[in-house]
Design a protein around this ligand. Structure first.
Ligand SMILES: Nc1ncnc2c1ncn2[C@@H]1O[C@H](COP(=O)(O)OP(=O)(O)OP(=O)(O)O)[C@@H](O)[C@H]1O
Ligand SMILES: C[C@H](N)[C@H](N)CCCCCC(=O)O
Ligand SMILES: [Mg+2]
Length: 227
């Protein structure tokens, strides 16, 4: 069984975009894979339940299916910080509840479990805990999606430094070109390659029509897709 937590430099960094591509890559290699979106804020009612576009996209890209609630156990309507949305409806998100939901996900028969975070790395889940506390408790290997835009150097380097301070195993990062007109894109990419303390796994070029990954060998090694 392999498992990864996909975090990002910020909300809209492209975590869902990249996680969906990773699930499709696993499908191409005939792997049983499932996505997990534990916390989703920004949901709509459909068939009497709140559903989130990220969770639906992960479900579409996965080879293993499961009921919606299993993929997305915490769903909130307003597109705001999840712990605030939870408080508004009297829900308390806890580390134990997240772990219980993750156990259920792991009973669905997948060999790969890709969990998408929410927002950036330092996401509060209640008044005292952060989503990274859960990542640490579960000892999940982490992939950092860097949304390539002005400001991403600071976000990426602070995220990496904080992960290191917690002893998190970040297996690598993926450059996601969210801004097709970013000035000095290549120089920024090189600056991150030089400074981030973990390897680049892939580049996700800007594409609205046919999203794809430029895969580095490090990604195939990380996902165990060499054979
Ligand atoms: N490589 C790309 N090319 C073109 N569009 C992209 C790319 N990556 C992301 N996008 C678009 O940018 C937006 C934000 O991406 P995405 O939803 O994956 O971010 P996120 O990190 O998952 O955000 P959230 O914190 O809400 O979960 C989406 O509309 C997505 O389609
Ligand atoms: C609504 C949005 N798309 C995400 N689902 C939640 C983003 C939370 C960001 C919290 C923060 O860091 O300020
Ligand atoms: Mg997302």
């Amino acid at each position: 069984m392999k498992e990864f937590f996909i975090t990002g430099t910020d909300t809209d960094a492209g975590k869902t975009h990249v996680t969906s591509l990773l699930l499709k890559l696993l499908a191409q290699h005939k792997k049983n894979a499932i996505g997990f979106k534990p916390l989703a804020a920004g949901c709509e009612m459909a068939f009497d339940q709140l559903v989130n576009a990220d969770a639906l996209m992960l479900m579409e890209s996965a080879t293993v299916s499961a009921k919606y609630d299993v993929i997305n156990p915490f769903a909130f309507a307003p597109p705001i910080a999840p712990h605030i949305a939870a408080e508004q409806v009297g829900v308390t998100i806890t580390l134990d509840k997240l772990s219980a939901a993750y156990s259920t996900l792991k009973q669905q028969g997948a060999d790969y479990h890709l969990t998408e975070g929410a927002g950036g790395w330092a996401l509060p889940i209640n008044s005292t805990d952060y989503l990274y506390d859960w990542v640490k408790a579960e000892q999940l290997p982490v992939v950092l999606v860097v949304g390539m835009k002005l400001g991403c150097l600071n976000h990426a380097l602070l995220t990496a430094a904080h992960m290191q301070s917690l002893g998190i195993n970040c297996v690598g990062w993926i450059a996601n070109q969210v801004d097709p007109n970013m000035d000095e894109y290549q120089a920024n990419l090189d600056s991150l390659k030089e400074r981030l303390p973990f390897p680049i796994l892939a580049i996700s070029p800007y594409s609205e029509q046919t999203p794809k990954l430029q895969i580095y060998k490090t990604l195939l090694n990380t996902l165990d897709l060499n054979s």
